[in-house]
Ligand binder design. Sequence first.
Ligand code: CTP
Ligand code: MG
Length: 185
Amino acid sequence: MLITAVWLMLPAYIPNPIAAVLGGGKPIDGGKTMSDGRRILGDGKTYRGLLAGIFFGMLVGLLQMYYLSKRTTLFSVELPSFAVNASSVSAVIVIFTLAFGSLFGDMFMSFFKRRIGFKRGAPLPVIDQLDFVFGAWLLTYIVSPGWFTSNFTIPVIIVLLVLTPVLHLSTNIIGYFIGVKNEPW
Ligand code: CTP
Ligand code: MG
């Protein structure tokens, strides 16, 4: 279950740490503020982070597809495929919605954080740890509902809701100490 869950989420797990390492430069909101006087998204959401995150999330997904073309198990666990009805185009679409959805969820919550007056980097427990998971799930569900419901079963979802915050916090603490994150959350 753990292997299945992590395997399915890899294209969604990679983009955030990659954005933290490679992000920077022009903010997506162009530095603009809304009528509440606060930034639309803030300087923590950049084009470079978004594009690099999607690129590497998809790269990992494509490597997973390659692996599946050679063998279908990992530590004797049968691995799920990203393909809907064996079509590899559909697999690339699923990988894209997982990767983009995770960064979209993260951006959406930054938008929300700015509206409630939280500055860039201010912690919002639980939301910070799961926003990208819900973004990835929602977008993938909208685009590929059949694939989503047959792979993200209730047990897989429960495993991920427990595991993801632990993984997220530990990678952010590492990121903080190696200097790519400004805050350890
Ligand atoms: N990042 C980026 N572009 C993105 C997402 C993230 O460049 N689309 C980079 C930024 O350098 C950001 C870091 O990754 O500071 C960590 O992301 P996150 O914790 O989501 O951003 P915060 O700076 O905490 O901002 P926010 O309060 O909006 O979450
Ligand atoms: Mg943050």
